[in-house]
Design a protein around this ligand. Structure first.
Ligand SMILES: Cc1cc2nc3c(=O)[nH]c(=O)nc-3n(C[C@H](O)[C@H](O)[C@H](O)COP(=O)(O)OP(=O)(O)OC[C@H]3O[C@@H](n4cnc5c(N)ncnc54)[C@H](O)[C@@H]3O)c2cc1C
Length: 941
């Protein structure tokens, strides 16, 4: 039985069997069918031949090699040759696997197999191992022909009962190989007697190909001699733990290995018992290093449903792939994964994967909205308690990116909660805690999950409400306190206040009014509610229902709530004893930008989160399409991915996900650098606010969200549709992901506004014309891609800039000037964001070494860019940047690229997939109907 091998997902136990198998011709097929291994095999066997020549009493030069590589020999072989050949086959196989990057995490050794196991564990080198085999041969030589072993398919108890029927003989139970397979060991005469009197035809006794009795208590002298022979060999420390079936446990580093090995001469082995001690899981695969599949069969019988692979007994194609293709593919998976991980290292990802595998963090299905919201907060509090210390105060900002990635894939509602708690509330307090006596305490309570954050900025009455908060914080000079008040319904705050009897802390944005003067929008921190409900003067509405990503969004108002002076996150601003307000920033626009410092954290988190979700969606849908076969009349029985429409759509999705991931990673790096250097406390944007403050805060980060959210929404919809019923089922998460993408069209700032602002800022700056694209440029040339994308952006911006200059000169007001151009402005902003994303993906691809990873990265980037050019083809043709022949060639190239990617679909799923994290019925299982049926409860009539 063969197991699918997947180096990056599985952990391997190398199992080294004992003697008794026939080594003749064991490496013949490998030698013939995988010529690339020949030199290595020759070299390794030469080492063994060399040792045999020195330490065997009657050396037979070249015989071990001939036995293994030809089919010219038969059992019985001359003394000691079978052992040297079995050892040779095991170490050759071990070495070839190691060369291919297949390494064990544990070693399981049965009896004689302990010698090769020690080589595998780095305790002995190959020559020393060969000497150990010669030492064993020497110790047993006097016993050869005097005893042997018999196999019987009975339990240990039944076998012992059988032996008890022959009290006069010295037969012993030498090995327990499986719950119903044992080996009887003894002298020839006793065994012949047993054979002659054994009348149970259902359980025949079968001879084992061994010339002496092993695991035989009467062989004290053999053991003594073996121990003596082994002494010259010095052992190095283990690099991999060995479990011995003689000891029934793992070797300890301090044990005398020679003495331990000699125990096998007189003591029995027990494979099922030893297997029970091994720390294995569903990812464990046992690789049988024997010349046949005997040991793997025993492992499967002893430890169902163990996965096993016996390289020398199974079709050679698997081994061929493992030795030659797997290393290349493995390297590609590793390189692309690292690229996709971006600034978050693999360790942080692994740490988060562990945290999010906690069942307490898994959302429950079929909850009412209200219960669902409560449970989201319970998960959020649990998560806050599990997060590593480094995440606090953003000391290791990449950890926040890791949280974003895992929370988004696992649970969009929890992701929303995290964004508010960590990104917005903790982020604001952290930014302004320097001159605040208590902000750090508020922050630590949020970090510990003792309180839940509410970020109340948006007001419902007016569009672009962020530009001018109407909630007032009026300074009371007599008490030096503030009075927080919602003057009218238009100033109601929209925030996560629907559950009103939890410990919630608000970061509330209000217009500071000192002596009747409007001094700008500042953040205030205040307790909003506790177990008894809203705090006095605060009103919190019931939750509004937002199906896309449920969180308890509702409305809040403040009725003359008195706040202590310290509720004001004043950030260097002051009110003197004579009630004079002073803000070192000098303008209310700059203050607004500064107060809205935290959304940067959101954009970085959302970029990383949504790009991870895009990869998860695409790989889920690819997994499904790849496994699903059709009953259509054409292509009957083939995979859905064989169909061009399916292929183009899904690889198109993966390509988008890949490019967005590269873009989001670059933005995350920017954010991490800013956070680490505290530059994030400065406004990094231009300071120019028109529609919203976002582009002025950080254009690149805001654009990342503005590009990722619509891309993710379209992608999730496409993937859902490409999966039919499976796509429609909530449990496959497409709807969750689509919902999450949808809400980030507005949450964290309206994307259209971000694009408009970004383009307007660019138009206000001198524009430099990029090098125009070569009309004959190659379609797979990154320079051509960038030139096309940049030219599109430039010409759109230039068109608006010229219009603005001309019409300003004619005295039109800003509304007239800009409004007539808004469609182009938005398109220019989008083109700019696309160009940044393409640049990120090209840079990421450039960072890869030549090889498969680079080819795949280039194909993904190419697919994305060519789709983009295809979408804008009419514009390019109208601008003379594309002719009809080129337009037609685009289609062809898109087909070629998706065909190429199809040939590596498994690898791409492996690289970019999130497997179990999605907990979907179609994610990680071979049999979708069974997996789906298993996820449901059944009523049986
Ligand atoms: C699920 C969700 C969660 C949210 N969470 C929070 C939160 O925790 N805290 C918080 O404070 N806020 C939150 N928000 C609010 C969010 O920031 C706003 O929805 C967003 O900024 C848009 O504001 P608005 O809804 O008032 O839309 P509007 O500003 O009214 O815009 C409506 C539409 O008109 C267009 N438009 C508006 N003005 C112009 C213009 N001048 N020119 C051209 N087009 C224009 C926009 O593009 C948009 O399509 C959340 C929103 C959502 C949907």
């Amino acid at each position: 039985m063969s197991t699918q091998l997947n180096i990056s997902r599985q952990s391997y136990v190398f199992a080294f069997p004992g003697q008794g198998s026939d080594p003749c011709g064991a490496l013949t097929q490998l030698y013939q069918c995988v010529p690339e291994t020949r030199h290595r095999i020759d070299t390794l066997l030469a080492i063994i031949e060399n040792e045999a020549a020195q330490y065997e009493p009657e050396p037979k030069p070249g015989l071990v090699t001939q036995v293994l590589l030809t089919r010219d020999h038969r059992l019985p072989l001359p003394s000691g040759i079978a052992q040297l050949a079995l050892y040779g086959a095991a170490v050759v196989l071990n070495q070839l696997l190691e060369d291919a990057g297949v390494r064990p995490t544990l070693i399981l050794a049965q009896s004689f197999g302990e010698i090769a196991a020690r080589v595998c564990a780095g305790v002995l080198d190959i020559a020393q191992g060969a000497r150990a085999v010669c030492a064993l041969n020497d110790a047993y030589r006097a016993e050869e022909g005097r005893g042997t072993m018999l196999l019987i398919n009975l339990s240990a108890q039944a076998t012992q009962a059988l032996l008890d029927r022959f009290p006069a003989s010295n037969l012993v139970l030498g090995s327990v190989n499986a719950p119903a397979q044992c080996i009887i060991s003894g002298e020839t005469a006793d065994l012949e007697h047993l054979l002659a009197h054994h009348d149970d035809s259902a359980h025949p006794l079968r001879p084992v190909a061994i010339a002496y009795a092993s695991h035989y208590p009467h062989h004290q002298e053999v053991a003594r001699r073996l121990l003596e022979n082994l002494q010259p060999l010095t052992a190095k420390p283990f690099n991999t733990p060995i479990y011995s079936t003689v000891l029934g446990r793992r070797y300890e580093a301090t044990e005398d290995l020679h003495e331990m090995f000699t125990r096998g001469v007189t003591q029995p082995t027990n494979l099922p018992h030893t297997l029970a001690q091994l720390p294995t899981d569903e990812h464990t695969v046992f690789i049988d290093l024997g010349v046949n599949s005997g040991m793997s069969m025993c492992i499967r019988k002893s430890l169902p449903p163990a996965q096993t692979y016996a390289p020398l007994a199974e079709p050679i194609e698997t081994l061929h792939h493992l030795l030659l293709k797997a290393p290349t593919e493995q390297a590609a998976v590793a390189a692309l994964r690292e690229l996709a991980n971006g600034p978050v290292d693999a360790q942080a990802h692994a740490q988060m994967a562990r945290i999010f595998s906690d069942r307490q963090l898994h959302p429950r299905a079929n909850q009412s909205f209200h219960d669902g919201h409560r449970q989201t907060y319970q998960r959020l509090q649990h998560l806050m308690r599990q997060l590593p210390e480094g995440i606090h105060a953003f000391k290791q900002p990449q950890l926040l990116m890791a949280v974003a990635s895992h929370a988004a894939i696992n649970d969009p509602s929890l992701f929303m909660g995290c964004v508010i708690q960590q990104g917005l509330c903790i982020g604001t307090l952290l930014a302004f805690e320097q001159d605040h006596p208590h902000a750090a305490t508020w922050r630590r309570e949020l970090e510990a999950g003792e309180t839940l954050g509410v970020y109340a900025l948006t007001e419902i009455g007016h569009s672009n409400s962020h530009m001018g908060a109407c909630v007032e914080a009026t300074f009371d000079a007599d008490t030096r306190t503030f009075v927080l008040n919602t003057p009218n319904k238009a100033a109601l705050k929209f925030a996560n206040v629907g559950i009103n009897n939890l410990n919630k802390v608000g970061v509330v944005f209000a217009q500071v009014i000192v002596q009747g003067q409007h001094c700008g929008v500042f953040a205030f921190v205040l307790p909003m509610s506790d177990a008894q409900g809203p705090r006095p003067g605060i009103s919190m509405s019931s939750p509004t229902e937002i199906r896309a990503v449920p969180l308890d969004y509702g409305l809040a108002s403040f009725d003359h709530v008195r706040l202590p002076f310290d509720a004001w996150l004043r950030d260097g601003a002051s009110i003197s004893a004579s009630n004079q307000f002073h803000d070192p920033l000098g303008s209310t626009d700059r203050r607004l930008i500064r107060s809205l410092f935290a959304p940067k954290n959101v954009w970085a988190m959302v970029g990383v989160g949504l790009s991870s979700v895009m990869l998860a969606c695409s790989t889920l849908a690819l997994t499904h399409a790849n496994r699903r076969t059709t009953q259509a009349r054409i292509g009957n029985g083939t995979s859905l991915l064989a169909f061009r429409t399916q292929r183009r759509a899904l690889f198109g999705c993966l390509a988008t996900a890949y490019v967005m991931k590269c873009f989001a990673n670059d933005s995350a790096r920017l954010w991490i650098e800013g956070t680490a250097s505290q530059a994030s406390l400065q406004a990094t944007g231009t300071g120019d606010v028109t529609w919203t403050p976002w582009a002025a805060i950080s254009q690149t980060l805001a654009l990342t969200k503005a590009l990722c959210a619509p891309a993710a929404e379209a992608l999730a919809t496409e993937c859902r549709l490409r999966c039919g019923v499976a796509g429609a089922l909530n449990l496959n998460r497409f709807a969750d992901y689509e919902g999450m993408a949808k809400i980030y069209q507005d949450a964290g700032g309206n994307n259209r506004m971000i694009l408009l602002d970004a383009a307007k800022v660019l138009i206000g700056q001198p524009l430099s014309e990029p090098t125009p694209p070569d009309p004959q440029g190659k379609l797979d040339d990154a320079e051509y891609w960038l030139a096309m994308a940049h030219t599109l952006e430039y010409r759109l911006l230039k068109q608006v800039a010229d219009h603005v200059a001309q019409h300003r000169g004619e005295g039109e007001d800003d509304m007239q000037i800009w409004n007539s151009q808004l469609m182009i402005v938005a398109r220019a902003g989008e083109a700019y964001a696309h160009r940044l994303a393409i640049e990120s993906a090209v840079r990421a691809g450039d960072s890869l070494a030549q090889g498969l990873a680079k080819e795949l990265a280039s194909a993904l980037c190419g697919l994305y860019v060519l789709e983009y050019l295809n979408k804008h083809a009419a514009w390019f043709i109208s601008e003379g940047l594309m002719d009809i022949a080129r337009y037609r060639a685009l289609e062809q190239r898109l087909d070629t690229l998706s065909d190429f990617l199809t040939t590596h679909v498994e690898l791409l799923i492996e690289t970019f997939g999130h497997g179990e994290a999605t907990r979907a019925a179609i994610s990680n299982v071979d049999d979708y109907p069974e997996a789906l049926a298993d996820k449901l409860q059944w009523a049986v009539g």
